[in-house]
Design a protein around this ligand. Sequence first.
Ligand SMILES: N[C@@H](CCC=O)C(=O)O
Length: 549
Amino acid sequence: MLSGLTPRGPALASAAPAIPSLLQLARQFTEWATVDPKKLSGAAPASCQNLVAGRWSSSRKSRQLPDPLNGEPFISVPHTQVDEIAPFVESLRAVPKSGLHNPLKNPQRYLLYGDVSFRVAAEMRKPAVEDFFARLIQRVAPKSYDQALGETRVTRKFFENFTGDQVRFLARGFTNPGDHAGQTSSGTRWPYGPVALITPFNFPLEIPALQLMGALYMGNKPLLHVDQRVSIVAEQLLRLLAHCGMPASDVDLLHGPGATVGEVIKQAEPRSTLFTGSQRVAERLAVETHGKVFLEDAGFDWKIMGPDVRNVDYVAWQCDQDAYACSGQKCSAQSILFAHSNWVKAGLLNKMAAAAAKRQLADLTIGPVLTWTTDAILAHTNRLLQIPGAKLLFGGQPLSGHSIPSIYGAVQPTAVFVPLKEALKPQHFGAVTTEVFGPFQVVTEWGDDELPLVLEACERMTHHLTAAIVSNDINFVQHVLANTVNGTTYAGIRARTTGAPQNHWFGPAGDPRGAGIGTPEAIRLVWSCHREIITDFGPVPPASGIKQS
Ligand SMILES: N[C@@H](CCC=O)C(=O)O
């Protein structure tokens, strides 16, 4: 839709050379794009398309998505129905288990993807392209410009990491000498072939991009399904990838209801499925795929503050970021804070309240909650406030003066204090450790002899994604690290729960289905399996040397 520079016509030939306007320049930088995020609105709606077997197509029905800021229909997305899935099923079923490439087949495709990544990274370095993605993210998953830009930059750096030979190095294997002459064993990284990738609404660019590329780098053909509220962003990424040399038939994109992609998975039987999203869907998929899944689901993420207090302003700022940036809609968001009483005495909670009070809808430092309604968040708040000794620290009110549709939530950044011993009681523990995917956290306090209770709480939690141990006391930090399991854990006075960049493995621990995202190790774990090839070419021993056993 966005065009390049208009060539000068003959009538202008003798006039002074035309200087392209900034707008024209910005447009030529995004010639692959089919949407302009600056104009996207009810008055200038956009529409999405599926991609299957290299062709963009629409579906019979489409769904009009409401603008999360005012409810006006602003994106039309294919509402793909089960009777339209045959091309997606055929496309996946046509992929051999040995993948589109592997260390012995089409190795030039590792280099192709090193090159594609180089070009995408170069494109994303252009200010207009960076701004394009940041604004498009903001339109569909409202977050501050800084947060959306951060997501875009993490994605660009990921592409930078896998340029040149780095994709082929992902498939690096090893060899061991054999038992006799002519025998060697080698470990190789093998693709799964046809795979599925399902990603959520909260990081519309980062999660699809990092997982999709991991799948492609290792030689798989992925079917990509992104939460339809934000899938327009992934579609624009695919258009950019095709512009940068990715064969369009290397990936299929299916917009529409989750039930439709579920049916594709049932019929096409991808060899592996990566799911990032809710715990409920994750468990269902695990059953439906007979366990052929990698999961990044719930994150009831904790932060434990040690007895050594320092840098209170910085730590309060980090708490505010961890709990409320992106309106708390990060799987890494701080869900519970265990503050040693020394921090409470030092005024940490007041500073957190002051930071939260600065958040405003105008710059989207607080904004719509896409999976919890206002009523549901306030009902949960009230449930916790029934616990003896519980109190509202701040928030607990709906946002006012906005036009966010009522299907979404809109509440102030909220913190509820619950006494530690009450939180641990069986009748409260489930409610206290329920992950609210919104601007909400539980705060509790512990004293010098209560660390075992804090660790007991961590032990009883069921999902172990991110964690932070805020202390520079090495013995304290080591004790907490030694007795907990979270997959991405930050330790030290600057510890945080959110904001993992592309160079930190991000994913849960303590579950054999746990996925990782970002690093070479994460890509190898999720998108390839080990294949041992033992070559044994002889010479064969003389007949006298062969003994039956
Ligand atoms: N990098 C983001 C999470 C991405 C989710 O998979 C964070 O650390 O908050």
